[in-house]
Design a protein around this ligand. Sequence first.
Ligand code: S3P
Length: 181
Amino acid sequence: MKKSIYLIGGRAVGKSSIGKELAQHLGYDFLDSDRMITERHGSSVAEIVQREGWNAFREYEKQVLLDLVGKESCVVATGGGAILHRELWPQIRKHAIVVWLQADLETLAKRIMGDGNSTAQRPSLTGKDVCQEMEEVLRERNPLYKETADCIIDSGAMMVYDAVREIDQFCRQFEKKNKEE
Ligand code: S3P
């Protein structure tokens, strides 16, 4: 069994779309933490936040991530805020390679505004407009992504399959290096 691969990064950076292709390419299971939350609670992210608040959503997100710790040979697309559960990542990293997908602010904002899923999946975090919110949120989170990632991919400038290939190549080298140590 091989280490799982966790995709982290900002909203709409491509964690789910790249994750699905990567899982198929590797013959791994694909798991999406947001989808697991919405299926487990029978509500969209927006409905959960509206009904119970962000703290409840984060608790559900933490529980899903805890349930996934230790699973091998999976690709896990995490929500943009999963990085905030700081206490979980040392455990996750024992069994997984963590890949930070990056894209510039303008690309992310455009994708959020252009994605029909955003209303249900990405309720406002701050009440501010998308660009300002994204800038503020990433300023807080980028250092957390950086300290948690084994690999950084500028997926905003790549086709999905190019990102898949680059991640696959990194993971092969990463596993080979770890075996030699
Ligand atoms: C969030 C990102 C969303 C979803 C929720 C919270 C965040 O997932 O988990 O709206 O805090 O950045 P995506 O990163 O897939 O959009």
